[in-house]
Write a protein that binds this ligand. Structure first.
Ligand SMILES: [Zn+2]
Length: 310
């Protein structure tokens, strides 16, 4: 067996789909597949699918003459990485699922369980847009907003597995109510879904965040206002993040990052206006797209393997 034959079985489980891959230790993906999560079936069925897919991937690796050495699984929600437990997830329905041990038993491979955004940040910090930065804040902006603070290649987990919930920084005390129950959280104002919601509320017509961005760029005043409000709230959240973490690079990922300069130009300016003595971080778009979760799950599994063999 040569080291080039080794692969990690990696899964990134989301509310609607699972991105799955065989990843080499250097981060190269040698095989990728996608499956439906179909969360409506309930958490037990989802766990069954995760284990079947992981086992199938390990079998595929062996059939191709590769050696699966570890398994990494990323899930959303609250994740206790030390115990390998998916503690809570709103969109997949996990409640205290010992997913790491279940996969370890089924596959006979050392397995690591991670949080989707934290491992995404791990991948961006080590292989993507934050490479060589040392201190990176990865912020994923889509349906919600979450972040990962990565220092020297490892992401802070927090005492309760809930570090990085930047989407629930209070930015507008009199703002719209957040999914968590409190009014004014960053993600209730500036997530892609919040932007679409706000525009619909003011215009009476539904729109996606991408449509709001386009209309704002085309000079539509209402869309421009909604976009500006969102960018300002984001800058407030990022300024708080920078005050806490003093990072070299902020990597923005998720659907909203696809707005490109329409997001990054005004956001950079708004963030600069809010910083006093803090150093301005480099603000860049994520580089790995929706592969980040899978690559990060593989990296986490390799880290675990390295710790075990020490
Ligand atoms: Zn909230």
């Amino acid at each position: 067996m040569s080291p080039g034959d080794e692969v990690v079985v990696a899964l990134d489980v989301g509310g609607t789909g699972m991105k799955c891959a065989l990843v080499r230790p250097d981060g190269a993906t040698v095989h990728a597949e996608r499956h439906a999560t179909d969360a409506a079936r309930g958490p037990e069925a989802v766990v069954g699918t995760i284990l079947d897919v992981a086992e199938g991937l390990a079998g595929k690796a062996r059939a191709d003459g590769l050696t699966p050495v570890a398994c990494g699984i990323a899930v959303p929600g609250v994740v206790d990485e030390a115990r390998g437990v998916a503690v809570w997830s709103a969109n997949v329905g996990f409640r205290d699922v010992p997913l790491r041990d279940l996969a370890w038993e089924r596959l006979g491979l050392p397995t690591a369980l991670g949080h989707d955004v934290r491992v995404g940040g791990l991948a961006e910090a080590r292989l993507g847009a934050g490479r060589d930065a040392g201190h990176v804040l990865f912020v994923a902006i889509g349906t919600g907003i979450a972040a990962a603070h990565v220092v020297d290649g490892s992401a802070a987990v927090g005492a309760h597995g809930a570090a990085g919930e930047i989407g629930h920084i209070l930015v507008r005390p009199d703002g719209p109510r957040c999914g968590c129950g409190r009014p004014g959280c960053l993600e209730a104002v500036a997530s892609a879904s919040a932007i679409g919601r706000r525009y619909a509320e003011l215009s009476g017509a539904p729109a996606t965040a991408a449509e709001v961005t386009d209309r704002a760029a085309a000079g539509e005043p209402l869309a421009g206002r909604v976009w500006r409000e969102a960018v300002e709230a984001l800058a407030d959240g990022l300024a708080t993040g920078q005050a806490l973490f003093d990072v070299a690079t902020i990597v923005i990922g998720g659907g909203l990052a696809q707005a490109g300069p329409r997001l990054f130009d005004p956001l950079r300016t708004a963030l600069r206006e809010r910083l006093t003595f803090h150093r301005e971080p480099r603000l860049v778009a994520a580089a790995l797209g929706d592969e980040a979760g899978c690559l990060g799950a593989a990296l986490l599994a390799l880290d675990t393997l390295a710790k075990e063999s020490r």
